[in-house]
Design a binder for this molecule. Sequence first.
Ligand SMILES: NC(=O)c1ccc[n+]([C@@H]2O[C@H](COP(=O)([O-])OP(=O)(O)OC[C@H]3O[C@@H](n4cnc5c(N)ncnc54)[C@H](O)[C@@H]3O)[C@@H](O)[C@H]2O)c1
Length: 387
Amino acid sequence: MTTIGIGVIGMGWMGQVHSRGYNQIKDRFYDSGIRPRLVICADDVEHRARSSQDRFGFEQSTTHWREVIDHPEVQAVNITAPNGMHLEMVRAAAAAGKHVLCEKPVGRDPQQTIAAYEAARDAGVITGVGYNYRWAPLVQYARQLIESGELGTLTHYHGRFLNGYAGNPNGFLSWRFEAEHGLGTLGDLLSHAIDMAHMLVGPIGRLTASRETFIKQRPIPQPGVGTHYDVATGNEPKGDVTNEDYVSVIARFVNGVQGILEACRVINGAKCDMSFEVHGTKGALKWTMEEMNVLHYQRRNDATPAQDGYLRLLSGPAHPFHNRFNPAWGLNVGYDDLKVIEMYNFLDGIVTGQQGEPGLKAAYDVAQVENAIIRSWDSERWETVQY
Ligand SMILES: NC(=O)c1ccc[n+]([C@@H]2O[C@H](COP(=O)([O-])OP(=O)(O)OC[C@H]3O[C@@H](n4cnc5c(N)ncnc54)[C@H](O)[C@@H]3O)[C@@H](O)[C@H]2O)c1
């Protein structure tokens, strides 16, 4: 059995999901022998820090995040604070020799993501990043099908993250909508879609991109109250949205696959359409987070064309990680379960000393694609990604 002392910084939505995830490792991955110990949590809003200590069973709580990093019993630092604080926190954790899992997009902008990766790499610590959609059992199965050549030679890929979380114009002007705190949809949503494309197809080589901000002003929130899902009820004063609601990208992967990526945070219709379609010379796959327990799989059938079409596969114990949650076909896994798998893979890397995927290098690769997208917004031309 290996006990790993955990410190969590930022006890909003993700801090709570991650803490819940660590608490499930002993149960869901009992045989691994990994036993997370929730040592200390931090939030600058005192009632969040205190209630999280009680709710998740941390031994201590604090309003000063550096106490998490300095705590001698903390071996792994989990960063779920707003993006603009990630770099300073990753640097401090790495300098203290602590392993670090940071939520995407890792920093305010691609330069900060790159700096965070370099700090952790130079310190030689194990890292993790919150690209949780990778961990859906059917996404891992799709990866296996592609890697084993079941789709033949890949030809084209369509990845998107269309999410209406900010579609209400009365949704508060949280840090997510302010350029001083970071990118908008590019960092928040398209980062997931870029990582998924990299995992399934390989690195993006060249691209051209566009952007738009559809909702230009939002009500100003009270500090420490609510999350970005909360909506103003009165006549609160409004402030400007200073980053992008929408991004589209035409991409060429290094291996020649043609791609289209798209993300939007204010869209109607889609709720969480984090999805991909990938096509090859022998078949195709189609998946969306909105139906994460379903994978559409087509194998070209020239011998019997009447039977050539998408099959609908349901998630089950034959797919990676599904049986950690239940032993039955069609009994669904959920979003929070993906976080449990994410926590497990991070901790397993610490125990084995082997850096797993996705570490901060995956975030570095996404950041270099984001840099090329930003260059293309300005140049309105094709740009080359520099890894
Ligand atoms: N992987 C995913 O699916 C996913 C989903 C949502 C958010 N995220 C990422 O998670 C991170 C957090 O997002 P969230 O939705 O949980 O935001 P949130 O606003 O709900 O939580 C952030 C928390 O950090 C706290 N905080 C702010 N400054 C702090 C400081 N100096 N010290 C300690 N705590 C501080 C806030 O009080 C708040 O409780 C972001 O980087 C976001 O991009 C990832």
